[in-house]
Write a protein that binds this ligand. Sequence first.
Ligand SMILES: [Zn+2]
Length: 155
Amino acid sequence: MKCPFCEKNETKVVDSRLLKEGFSVRRRRKCEGCARRFTTYETIEIQMPAVAKMDGRRESYRRDKMRSSLDKACQKRPISTDQIERVVENLEKNILEISDKEVTTKEIGNLVMKYLRNLDPVAYVRFASVYRKFQDVDEFVNELKGDETNYNIDK
Ligand SMILES: [Zn+2]
């Protein structure tokens, strides 16, 4: 890490402290050139894959967007904020298992439907009907009849 004052490359860590239950580290550093001190923060960053849409365009994955589509599907249903948060976390793990480079909106949609099917039937149908809007009816019915794969969600 370069010294922000004299830009010398050699700096020494003089103190290290875990923050926020261990998910970030605060480091106090000292420059070996000018002897000034500064602080750095190290946090975890997980790189999500790009999302390829039906029309071929790509966009970056956004957790807030995922959250709000789940919120909408679960509106006025007996599902807690914690449950939705856990679904998002599990979904992100599954998405990363598909690829860390690129996933399609279809792959994401299918995962969301599998989670919602286990969570709440009304939320599932709501999401599925919006999500499958542009696809044919047979496919939608098949989806409803579809496999009973259980995705483990901590409830
Ligand atoms: Zn310096």
